[in-house]
Ligand binder design. Structure first.
Ligand code: ADP
Ligand code: MG
Length: 631
């Protein structure tokens, strides 16, 4: 029998209840940003400005030109379970607003020093209320324009445990920018600004085309590869863009799905998307997309997740197959290789859209997919907006700050220079020939088969070598040694290359700036999600620096949390070796084959590639004889 004696049951105070609720809704500064931005959207704002300091830990301020909060309701706004958005439980199934639980402001005010300033159209002055760790001060008149400003300072100052869980300002900033991105993508009709410290990182005018806003965040690499789609089936409409399979990601974070104006994550829809891309992407690669789902409110339960990130569909199966078939059919009608343009025939079936350069198709609802297609009237608060209009030229709308311009800066030339200032076009697959003492005569010759394997005679029998696996091993051992000695050659770019990344990924990679420096990769922040690459390993000069950085980012995002620094360096070395090595399918010259075999003899572990796969198979003379029944 347990001797444990529980304390008597007590009703918790409102303050403790709010702190518990805060733990659910307000996980980190980015959660505050999300809630405040959504409140501004709900208030009908056409202009929203976000300011943060120190990754939101010092200050988060959101100013909007929305409806404002009447003086007498200011205290209610920060009372939990007080909302203007629903009245009874039935309304829960008709939610047209972002918020409705009435707990965000109460939670935020409980764990910070919050100031609310607000003025409605009918008031001739504004009113202000301070809430310090949940303690409300009396409401005071103040001067302010119509709309609301909510200022949150010293987040989590009274909940030290929460504070401990916060990451560096850089990381928190990344999450905040991601939250900003999601709201800005969901509401392209709203003018939105993001100020980080003293720097304006995004200044987004109300967008005319969704693709403009997508481009403002992700650059032309994405915006010039958008494939528009629009499909209505019954009451459900799917619109927006998928991204050409040529542009993929190592994770599914660039899958932006919006349900009735709300950013959501949904495993089943992510799965539908991968199914649609099946065969078009390598394993481990994920598609990118920007899709809006318009579904009658009563067919979705948005009240299943504290931050409303996940939802429950009444007819999930139908939505799954609609998404899958829409994307598949769109691919069927799209020239994914950019070659078929030549064979364009005007009256081909299943080509409802003009082919050609992806994204130049002006898409009408896809009537060829579903015979029973009808366009539904959708009760969205946003004005009519063309979600599938394709990019305008020139790229960025006027007024977009230059600091985050995500296109190319200057005329960057891929022709780089090595440390000595010599041009270094990639001459052979052997970036760093080792001056070896191995005489060529000692090296056996080999025969290349299928441009993939090398077959050679050995004293014991015969060996079949996987050219890529072996070369990868050779390079890995070379560069590992150089990194240890601090002698890895890096290549400085004439003009640093800006690379736009999802904000969280940009933050993650910037956190590893020093580690990357050891590998000859120099990066620096450039505002927004843009990172500047100013040098990178010379042996990768065949590669585009942006591509190289993306591979690095993928690795860091994948392994950065689980591996210590040394192992992460090792993983990155594997990645670099793999990229620099000859590929299966590369035809090798006789000299290249000889060089590779020479290097094989110098390898510490010539039998395995850095991933642990074998580099060669050995057939002994005995075994050959046995197989041929000679013995
Ligand atoms: P919810 O959004 O779920 O209703 P919140 O705690 O986020 O709950 O906000 C409480 C209430 O405060 C809202 O219902 C709304 O009436 C009011 N409010 C909050 N922010 C704003 C704003 N920026 N403009 C106008 N009203 C606001
Ligand atoms: Mg809210």
């Amino acid at each position: 029998m347990s001797q444990l004696q529980l304390n008597p049951i007590r009703q918790l105070s409102a303050s403790v209840i709010n702190k518990i609720a805060a733990g659910e809704v307000i996980e980190r500064p980015a959660s505050v940003v999300k809630e405040l931005l959504e409140n501004s959207v709900d208030a009908g704002a056409t202009r929203i400005e976000l300011t943060i300091e120190q990754g939101g830990t010092e200050l988060i301020r959101v100013t909007d030109n929305g409806s404002g909060i009447p003086q007498e309701q200011l205290p209610l706004a920060v009372t939990s379970h007080a909302t203007s958005k629903i009245v009874d439980a039935d309304d829960l199934f008709q939610v047209a607003t972002m918020g409705f639980r009435g707990e965000a402001l109460a939670s935020i005010a409980e764990v910070s020093q919050t100031t609310i300033r607000s003025r409605t159209a009918s008031q001739d002055c504004g009113f202000e209320m301070l809430i310090n760790g949940g303690h409300r001060e009396p409401v005071q008149p103040c001067g302010c324009p119509q709309g609301t400003t909510i200022e949150v300072r010293q987040l989590f100052y009274n909940t030290p445990v929460r504070q401990k869980f916060m990451k560096t300002a850089q990381t928190e900033r990344g999450h905040i920018v991601e939250a900003f991105t999601r709201v800005a993508l969901a509401h392209p009709e709203i003018q939105m600004t993001c100020v980080n410290g003293s720097k304006t990182t995004y200044k987004l005018p109300a967008a005319e085309a969704w693709s403009d806003r997508i481009e403002a965040f992700f650059g032309t690499e994405i915006s010039s590869n958008l494939i528009a789609l629009d499909n209505a089936h019954g009451e459900i409409r799917i619109r927006g863009f998928v991204v050409d399979p040529a542009v993929s990601r190592a994770n599914n974070r660039m899958q932006y799905l919006f349900l009735n104006g709300r950013y959501i994550r949904d495993r089943s829809l992510q799965h539908a998307l991968s199914e649609a891309y099946r065969g078009l992407l390598m394993t481990g690669r994920y598609p990118a997309c920007f899709l809006t789902l318009e579904i009658p409110f009563e067919l979705v339960d948005v009240n299943v997740h504290p931050a409303k990130l996940e939802v429950r569909f009444q007819n999930g199966g139908q939505i799954y197959s609609q998404l899958l078939s829409t994307v598949r059919h769109r691919f069927l009608s799209t020239d994914l290789t950019a070659h078929a343009q030549l064979s364009k025939k005007p009256d081909e079936p299943f080509r409802p859209f003009p082919k050609g350069v992806l994204g130049d198709a002006l898409v009408s609802p896809d009537s060829s997919i579903h015979g029973n297609q009808e366009t539904i009237a959708f009760n969205n608060t946003a004005p009519a907006f063309d979600w599938t209009q394709t990019p305008r030229q020139p790229q960025l709308a006027a007024g977009v700050g230059s600091s985050e311009s995500t296109g190319s800066v200057g005329g960057f030339s891929m022709e780089g220079h090595d440390d000595l200032g010599n041009p270094s076009p990639y001459p052979s697959p052997y970036p760093n020939p080792i001056g070896t003492g191995v005489a060529p005569s000692q090296t056996p010759t080999a025969l290349q088969v299928h441009n993939t394997y090398l077959v050679s005679e050995t004293p014991e029998g015969m060996i079949v070598i996987d050219q890529h696996a072996l070369h990868e091993r050779v390079i890995y051992e070379q560069i590992r040694g150089k990194v240890v000695d601090g002698k890895l050659e890096s290549q400085r770019l004439l003009v640093p290359e800006p690379v736009s990344l999802p904000p969280a990924e940009a933050a993650a990679v910037l956190e590893q700036t020093e580690l990357l420096e050891q590998l000859g990769i120099s990066i620096s922040p450039f505002g927004g999600g843009t990172v500047l690459v100013s040098s990178y390993p010379a042996m990768l000069n065949k590669q585009n620096p942006a591509e190289m950085l993306r591979s690095v980012v993928d690795q860091i995002v994948e392994d950065g949390k689980t591996l210590d620094q040394r192992d992460l360096v090792d993983e990155l070395l594997h990645m670099i070796s793999c990229k620099a090595a000859v590929k299966a399918g590369d035809r090798l010259s006789a000299e290249e084959i000889t060089a590779l075999l020479e290097h094989r003899e110098l390898c510490q572990d010539a039998h395995h590639c850095p991933h642990g796969r074998p580099t060669s198979l050995v057939f002994s003379r005995d075994e050959l004889d046995r197989r041929f029944k000679r013995i």
